[in-house]
Write a protein that binds this ligand. Structure first.
Ligand code: ZN
Length: 245
């Protein structure tokens, strides 16, 4: 069954800085969408950006999204709290969320985690090696023992997140730091995958392994046809058996 994917990007660095624009001439969202398109025809793709009407995510789009991919950095504060409320409701109701790189500080990721999501960072062309620490997980499908990125921004521990339900990657950097770089969570009926790489000044979203992980993450985070729970007393929650006198 087709998975409706919306790739959301704040789309500011690429337009405001010529160096970044040269790395991602059509925007980071276009590169991520191209990677998903490459992965097969089971994704129905749409892109959305912050400066579009209703910040790119009117109800009709969000309600039709099975998995939302999120890239943001310098404009987290501009994302409206009303949109964050709607995103949270959709996730709890089953929509998948794939948060990339600096999205760790997005309002929606912090809302879903409940922690500061702070970390250490440095821009110094570190080499990054992402080790697979959960080889049987569907997100690691088709990946070797590790992914190597020749130059990336460093993110280091401690990363202030709740303990992941599943940890897929641990990154090593030239400077000696390590980082939990692929983290899975379930919240309500929804699934969230955080994937670290993708600083705007590096061509990371053209890397075949990175593209594969994002595609795997989208597939994993897609809603399943599970039961819709009911809560409280009475109605569908009336006793199924006669209660003792
Ligand atoms: Zn960055």
């Amino acid at each position: 069954m087709a998975i409706n994917v919306t790739v959301w990007n704040e789309f500011r660095h690429e337009r405001e800085d010529a160096t970044i624009g040269a790395v991602y001439p059509e925007g980071i969202h276009a590169a991520i969408a191209a990677g998903l398109r490459e992965a097969g025809d089971h994704f129905t793709l749409r892109t959305a950006t912050l400066d579009e009407a209703e910040q790119g995510l009117p109800a009709a789009v969000l309600d039709d999204t099975d998995v939302l991919v999120w890239w943001g950095h310098k404009a987290h504060g501009e994302v409206s709290d009303e949109l964050v409320d709607r995103l949270q409701r959709r996730i709890l109701d089953g929509m998948g969320l794939v948060v990339l790189h600096s999205g760790h500080h997005s309002k929606i990721f912090k809302r879903m985690m409940g922690t500061t999501c702070n970390l250490k960072w440095r821009e110094a062309n570190d080499k990054e090696r992402l080790w697979v620490v959960n080889p049987s997980h569907p997100i690691a499908d088709g990946i070797g023992e590790y992914i190597e990125l020749p130059a990336e921004e460093m993110y280091g521990e401690f990363f202030d997140i709740p303990q992941p339900d599943d940890l897929i990657f641990v990154s090593w950097f030239t400077g000696g730091e390590v980082f939990r770089s692929g983290c899975c969570y379930q919240r309500g009926r929804g699934k969230i995958f955080y994937f670290r790489p993708g600083h705007e000044s590096y061509p990371t979203y053209f890397n075949p392994d990175v593209r594969r992980v994002i595609a795997n993450g989208v597939r994993w985070a897609a809603p399943v046809n599970g039961p819709e729970p009911s809560f409280g007393i009475g109605g569908p929650n009336a006793p199924l058996e006669a209660l003792p006198e």
